[in-house]
Structure formats: C-alpha cells, structure tokens
Ligand binder design. Structure first.
Ligand code: ADP
Ligand code: BMX
Ligand code: ZN
Length: 291
C-alpha cells in the first residue's frame, strides 16, 4: 500500500509517497503559505497532493498544531495564524477522495524515530527544534498523544519567567527562546531581519551575537531535556527539525546537558530519518501500525 504522506510545518509543507518498505519517493516541498488563512492552506495542500494522489491508497498528515478528531488548532497562532479550527482531515479527504488520518508533526516523528531504534528502549522523547519547538512522547512503547492531543507540547513549558512572551499566551516558554522564530526575533543590529538559517550561517563564520543566540537556544533545550528526564526517566531523546539537525547544534546541547547533575542526563541522538521523520511517522500510523 502506498501512503500519501504530508507534513505541514510552520515554515514548509512536504508531501511524498511512502511504500510498505518505508521508502520515500516523489518528495515535494513548498513554503507554508505566508498568509496562513484556511483558504491559502487548502490551496497549498491541493497543489502538493494533486500529482501524487492517483498513486496512493491512503493519506497521512503530520501537522504542526494540536490535532484532535482531525481538526487542527494552533497552540501558538503566530506559527500558523488564522487556523483556529481548520478541518484538516475533512479538507484532505475532499481533495484526494482517500481515507485520511492526521496527527501532530512531532508526535508522528516520535513514532517513526521510535520504530527506527535498534536497541531495547521503552521510554523515548522526540523534540523538534524548527519554526517552533515540538515534542512527542513514547511511554511504555506507545505513542502518548493525550486526551485532547496536547501531550508532548514541550515547547510551551517554562524556560524563563522573565523571558519573552510566547504566541501561546504564556511568558518565557522554551519555544519563545529556542525556536527558529525566537532566534530570528531576538536578533538585533547587523542580524536584525535575518531568519534562523542565516543566523546559524553567521554563527559558523564567527559572529558573536549569532553564536550567543544559537548557544541560548541549545542551553534552553538542554535544560528542557533535564526536566524531561526528571518527568519521564526516558532512555533516549531524539532531536529533529532544521535547527535541531543544524551543524554543531546537538554537540552544544550535549555540552550544556553535561553541566547538569548526572541524574538528569539521557542519551541524545539526531533523528535517524532527518527531515522526513514526520512524513514517515504519519505513514506508519496510516499503514495501521499500532502506536
Ligand atoms: P518546519 O518548522 O516547517 O517543520 P523546519 O524544520 O525546516 O520547518 O524549521 C524551520 C526553521 O529552521 C526556520 O526558522 C529556518 O530559518 C530554520 N532553518 C532552516 N534550515 C536551517 C539550517 N540549515 N540551519 C539552521 N536553521 C535552519
Ligand atoms: C508549536 C505548535 C506544535 C508544533 C511545534 C513544532 C502550533 C501551530 N504548533 O509549538 O503543535 O508541534 O510548534 O512545529 O501551535 P513546527 O512548525 O516547528 O514543526
Ligand atoms: Zn508557549
């Protein structure tokens, strides 16, 4: 069975065909529409599914935001404004005529990454550091989504009570400091107006402000991981997202984690499926793999 997998992020929208052997073919990518209206998202989804739908038997969507009963609601509307209650499954079913499931992007990625582990692990957490900061929890070998879909939204836990206000309405969230949007928003002077990708490039060139912004994100993530270890006693934290996977980022998180007491350490790994973890996780869930 071929699954048409779609990953809707705050910055990019990806789609691909995934076969039974978990091989990805025909991957396509578009920027997430800047206007972020329901109409614009519907049109972008139509563009990505049109060339692929005839060869698929099911559709699986991994999307940023809380997904509950197939409806998408942003917890941070700044990442995906205008989408208070977007009927995701209904829209994709109408566009494709195929059965469709939808799950949060980081929860989907957590499932794919868990299935890729070679060792005996029952407790794992996945974190994406991307437009926002998302997460997914594997507890006793099962994906934990929560009763309303909120489980694993680690980006909205407290990092600094004196930190910036988060789009979710709280103050000082991890996401308001460590995410791509937060890194870009905190940049001043010669870095003002640059996106996180450009700021990472400046950090590699030795720019001191850029290096400090990247280090602040990595330190915030390391503190979050210590909190996650305290709450879940997880054996592994897997990190994805374009910032999480950026050159040199994970070693910095590792170094900051080493500054915490040993009880709060856990093994860190970069996402095995790199930028495709969300697509693959959604496809596995649609192929009927029990989570
Ligand atoms: P999405 O949030 O749509 O899933 P990404 O995982 O690509 O997408 O995350 C987007 C964020 O990552 C943006 O803030 C972007 O500037 C940043 N980014 C993209 N590529 C890189 C890179 N090579 N290095 C560092 N940051 C990057
Ligand atoms: C936000 C939230 C999460 C999501 C995370 C990472 C919205 C729209 N999204 O915390 O549901 O998992 O961002 O999303 O409120 P990404 O766009 O960075 O991949
Ligand atoms: Zn928040």
């Amino acid at each position: 069975m071929n699954v048409l997998a779609i990953d809707i992020g705050g910055t990019k929208l990806a789609a691909a065909l995934v076969d039974e052997a978990r091989h990805i073919t025909e991957r396509r990518e578009l920027p997430t529409p800047a206007s972020k209206t329901p109409q614009a998202l519907g049109a972008a989804l139509e563009t990505v599914v049109a060339p692929l739908k005839a060869r698929a038997q099911r559709v699986a969507v991994a999307s940023t935001g809380i997904i509950h009963h197939g409806v998408l609601t942003a917890i941070n509307p700044e990442n995906l404004g205008g989408l208070a209650r977007f009927p995701l499954v209904e829209t994709v079913t109408r566009l494709t005529g195929l059965p469709c499931i939808a799950v949060n992007d980081a929860q989907a990625a957590a499932w794919a990454e868990y299935r890729a582990l070679q060792e005996e692990v029952s407790e794992m957490v996945f974190l994406t550091v991307s437009t926002g900061v998302g997460g997914g929890i594997i507890c006793q070998g099962k994906l934990h989504t929560g009763i309303g879909g909120l489980a694993g939204h680690f980006g909205h836990t407290l990092a600094d009570p004196h930190g910036p206000r988060c789009g979710c309405g709280r103050t000082g969230c991890v996401e308001a400091i460590a995410s791509g949007r937060a890194i870009a928003a905190a940049a001043t002077a010669e870095l003002a107006g640059l996106d996180a990708k450009a700021i990472f490039a400046r950090a590699e060139e030795g720019n001191s402000q850029a290096k400090a912004l990247v280090a602040r994100s990595a330190q915030t993530l390391a503190r979050l991981i210590a909190d996650i270890k305290a709450v879940t006693d997880c054996q592994r934290v897997v990190i994805g997202g374009s910032i999480g996977l950026a050159h040199g980022y994970l070693p910095q998180v590792q170094d900051f984690m080493a500054q915490q007491p040993a009880a709060f350490h856990t093994r860190l790994a970069a996402a095995h499926y790199r930028h495709d973890a969300g697509l693959l996780g959604a496809a596995l869930l649609a192929q009927g793999e029990e989570a």
